[in-house]
Structure formats: C-alpha cells, structure tokens
Design a protein around this ligand. Structure first.
Ligand SMILES: Cc1ncc(COP(=O)(O)O)c(C=O)c1O
Length: 407
C-alpha cells in the first residue's frame, strides 16, 4: 500500500486540537515538528487526569494516591523501554536530550585524561558538541569531528576514531541535513577501539523503529517533546552494565540506598540517576505519547514520514533558485533545510507565517555545521504524521509567491 494512504490523517488530526485553528486568517500548517511536535489530546488529558485525580509524590507515600502515581510513573519507564527494545531499568528520565548528554559528559568524563579523545561529527546539534567541549576543556582531552561529504552524509572513511578515543557520540538523524547516519557501522568502529558509542536520538526516536540492541549502542539520549510528549521530560537509555558502573551526577533524595553523616550508597538503576522529585506528570504523559505512537504503529509512521519527506524534496527541487541541504534521495527522514537564493531565511519564515505556515529559520543550533556549509542560516521544514501532501503543496505555492515578491 502507498504509505501516504496507510494512515487516516483526517481522523488523526482530530486528536490534535491545536491544528484546528487559523493563523493570520489561514488554516494552520505546522511544519516545525523537529523543534517540537504537537500533542494529541490523549497526552494533554493524561496531565490533567494526574493533577485532578491522583497527584502525589512517587516512591515515598503508602497512601492510595501515592501508590497510583508511583505505578503510573514506573509504567512509563516500561513503555519507553519497550519502544526502543531496552529493559525498564535502562531508562532514566531526564529533562531532555541536552540534559541526557550533559549527564553522560560528566559521568563518563571522570575517567577521561589529556591523552584521550572524544569523537563527534560535523553535523551535530550544539547539545552534542558543547558538553564534550567542556569536558575536553576540563581534562585536556581532544575533541575530534567525523567530516561530512558533499552530499551531507558522514565520510566514515575519514573518521578520526583511534585507540585513544574514549567516546563516540553521534546524531542518529541530523536536525539540519535530515541525514540518517549508519549507527551500526559507527558503533562497530567505536567498539573495535574500546570506546563508548552514544547516539543523539532527538530526531530519530520520534520517527524510526529503534532497536538499541540491533544498533549495538551503549547510550542514547532523546526528548519527549519531539515525540508527542510534553516539554521537560526526556530520556537517557544506558546499557545496564554501564549504568551500574558509572557514577550519578545529581545527588539528593530518591537516589540512595543508605546515607551516613559522611557517606552515601546509591540506589539501584535507574533511581540512582533520578535525584529529587521527578517530572511525574511529564513521565506519565510521555508514556501516553508512546501508547499513541504504538496505536498508530511506529513502522507505519516511519514509512509515512519518509514518503512525505521525499514528496517535499521533489516539490522543493521544482523551484528555481533554491539550495537544498543534505542528501536528495534515500537516507533522510522528517525534515528538509533549504535557502531561497537572495532571500533571508527570517524573511521567508515571516512571510510564510502570514500564510499560516509555521517553519523554522536560523542556525538550527548547529553553528559549526553552518560554517562547514558556508552559510549562517537556513529555512527548515519538518514533518510528522499529522502533515499531508496538501500541506507541502501549500508550502510550495507560498514559496513561489515569496520568490515573486523578492524578484
Ligand atoms: C539532533 C538534536 N539533538 C539535540 C537536540 C536538543 O533537544 P532538547 O532541546 O530537547 O534538549 C535537538 C533539538 O532540536 C536536536 O535536533
């Protein structure tokens, strides 16, 4: 079946109240899901239900409300774990991808010395560069980059991974180029040299069927708000044996098994990494988001998004005076960055907003990549399964109008 006909989008859209509105007198077309996805009412209702019927702290209370909140919070770990084929105790709830990567940079950083190097890629979001830069500044280690080729794919042959590499941390899907990176190949190289392989899954977990065992990775960071969940909740997957071995970064209540005046022992994983009262309603609502994704089918969502992205690519390439970044075919999903020759991306985004079309414009939190590409900003359109071919057609029509205005 044609993947674009596999989903009942009109029915799905009814679950997203925000999409049913006009912006500047035009029906809203939301093409900014890579920044944050919209939320179905099931997720919004889960937050309200928590506060209206069982608001209580977790892992403490013996009363009914506390037991229900704890059960639902624990269930959320299980749901997220199942989504990526991990074990429940391998999922730590954090605020977002950024916090997950910072936790790793601190925790793994304990054993890094000035003889070591850390490897990232030229296409990373600042979240997967700055924590490692800071670690390198603290330890004297070197930060190295896997380069990209002309098409916007990683040039693995030029990988700087060697026997002194301790960490390889790579985006699964680039938030600028849309490129899907060959994670298995990279994790094999990292492991051959005894380095940890970390994946920034911010742009992949919302779109791809992830199997962390098959990918053979050690850690993965992701954000709930990009996969239908609320803001302020994210995840860090870690292989059980490593999570048991490495040290926590935040200390306090909820993460200990015993405390004396001068010392403390840590609780089992994942609690060891979840100090203080967690984002309970966020975790429960993320669990609901996972249920929603699975009720539609992650593989179907993936096929739909790939096809929609290919359709958008084909239509964008029909325009004159456009530069599109990243691979034109195949190995990409979910988003496309481009520039219209002679028109600043901020102008494009502002004029599209007048037509009710929401896109992102700017450096995409990837300034090193912008420098590599020789530009300072791009326009980025990004899709989720509530978008349609008609949304893309409206975008193309509006872009043509903008080009006429600037002629
Ligand atoms: C590839 C990638 N990594 C990391 C992040 C940071 O995500 P968050 O702001 O949710 O921490 C983003 C956000 O856009 C991203 O696209």
């Amino acid at each position: 079946m044609n993947p674009l006909k596999e989903l009942h989008i009109e029915m799905i859209k009814q679950d997203f109240p925000i999409l049913n509105q006009k912006i500047n007198g035009k029906p809203l077309i939301y093409l900014d899901s890579s920044a944050t996805s919209q939320k179905p009412k099931q997720v919004i209702d889960a937050i309200a239900e928590y506060y209206m019927s069982y608001n209580a702290n977790v892992h403490r209370a013996i009363h009914t409300l506390g037991e229900k909140a704890t059960l639902k919070y624990e269930e959320a770990h299980e749901k997220v774990a199942k989504l990526i084929n991990a074990k429940k105790e391998e999922i730590i709830f954090t605020r977002n991808t950024t916090e997950s990567l910072n936790i790793l940079a601190y925790s793994l950083g304990k054993n890094i010395t000035s003889k070591d190097n850390i490897v990232v890629t030229e296409m990373e979001h600042h979240s997967n560069i700055i924590p490692w830069q800071q670690l390198c500044k603290r330890t004297g280690a070197q930060l190295r980059f896997i380069p990209i080729d002309r098409e916007g794919k990683l040039d693995i042959k030029k990988s700087p991974i060697d026997k002194d590499t301790k960490v390889v941390s790579v985006a699964h899907v680039s938030n600028v180029l849309g490129t899907m990176n060959p994670i298995k190949e990279i994790s094999n190289i990292a492991h051959k040299f005894g380095a940890y392989c970390i994946v920034d899954g911010a742009q992949s977990v919302p779109h791809l069927k992830i199997d962390i065992k098959d990918l053979n990775i050690d850690f993965m960071a992701f954000s709930g708000h990009k996969m239908l969940g609320p803001t302020g909740i994210g995840g860090l997957y870690g292989k059980k044996e490593y999570l048991k071995k490495i040290n926590p970064v935040f200390f306090g209540g909820g993460m200990i098994s015993d405390v004396t005046e001068q010392d403390a022992k840590w609780a089992d994983i994942p609690n060891k990494f979840e100090a203080g009262t967690p984002n309970i309603e966020g975790a429960i609502a993320l669990g609901e988001a996972v249920d929603y994704l699975e009720s539609i089918g992650v593989e179907k969502i993936s096929r739909y998004n790939k096809d929609l992205t290919q359709y958008a690519m084909k239509r964008l390439l029909e325009l004159n005076n456009i530069t599109v970044y990243g691979p034109e075919n195949g190995d990409r999903i979910g988003l496309i960055s481009f520039n219209l020759v002679g028109i600043h991306p901020h102008d494009v985004a502002q004029l599209l907003d007048k037509e009710g079309i929401a896109i992102r414009a700017g450096h995409m939190c990837a300034k090193p990549l912008m420098r590599t590409l020789g530009i300072s900003a791009v326009c980025r359109v990004s899709f989720y399964f509530y978008n349609t071919k008609e949304d893309i057609d409206s975008l193309i029509g509006s872009l043509k109008k903008i080009q006429e205005v600037f002629k």
